[in-house]
Design a protein around this ligand. Structure first.
Ligand SMILES: [Zn+2]
Length: 251
């Protein structure tokens, strides 16, 4: 006997029809707790699709407010949200889309002093940041707490995504050892095509659903790169580095 209401059965009909999802999978999604770090270009599509799919508990972390220059790509925010905290603006849209979802808006930056604690209450973390120092903190906490972390990043016309499942494949520090210098190119210095974070954030949401439901082959040990100019996707095999300072000692 399903615990889903009649309305939920209707809302999630096309999830439930999917091979590998069914009622049991939908119930699992409704129980899942996903933290989306960043409510911008990547976090917007990622959180939107997670909420639409019925991921029942979504945490949003972002200390920023909505700025006019964000609206070119950060599709959870509208012109009337200018100046509002991003997590509050994002929470309103997610709840409007799907009132089943319990959205927690955490209007602060993830940093050295709170990263472990922020991640503690969640099953999985989706990367919607634009900052490698923050990604390294997420990676460290996820390895320590053995939680999956969906890494995503964009720059210019390209984007990357990889799924990190501690113990099953490489972590972020197996690939990138150091935080890039301040002078490294960023979206604020060289720009980004809005649809690129749209693609990557959407891929992150798909990976999160796959990991929650243990479906298919997640991007574990495969760094997927997307190039909008050539419209090519390619993935590079990445192995675990036994001397990785973060996950090297883990069995
Ligand atoms: Zn590692």
């Amino acid at each position: 006997m399903s615990v889903l209401t009649k309305k939920q059965l209707e809302r999630y009909k096309r999830n439930i029809l999917l091979d590998g999802v069914g009622l049991e999978g939908q119930e699992k999604l409704l129980q899942a707790k996903v933290l989306v770090v960043g409510s911008g270009g990547l976090g917007s599509p990622a959180a939107y699709y997670l909420a639409a799919a019925g991921v029942g508990n979504i945490g949003l972390v972002d200390g920023d407010r909505v700025d006019l220059s964000n609206l070119q790509r950060q599709i959870l925010h509208t012109t009337s949200d200018l100046g509002r905290p991003k997590t509050e603006s994002a929470r309103d849209k997610l709840i409007a889309l799907n009132p089943d979802v319990n959205v927690t808006a955490i209007g602060e930056w993830l940093g050295e002093d709170n990263y472990r604690e922020l991640i503690t209450g969640f099953d999985l973390v989706v990367d919607g940041t634009d900052n490698f120092a923050v990604r390294f903190l997420i990676n460290r906490a996820c390895v320590e707490q053995r939680k999956p972390y969906i890494f995503g990043g964009v720059l210019g016309y390209t984007g990357q995504v990889m799924t990190i499942i501690p113990g099953r494949g490489p972590c972020l520090a197996c690939i990138f050892r150091d935080v890039p210098p301040e002078s490294a190119p960023s979206c604020s210095s060289i720009g980004v095509l809005g649809a690129v974070p749209g693609m990557i954030g959407t891929a992150e949401a798909a990976e999160a659903v796959k990991v929650i439901l243990d479906l298919g082959e997640p991007l574990v040990g495969r760094l997927l790169t997307y190039d909008a100019l050539t419209m090519r996707f390619y993935d590079i095999e990445i192995r675990r580095d036994q001397s990785c300072p973060v996950c090297g000692a883990m069995s």
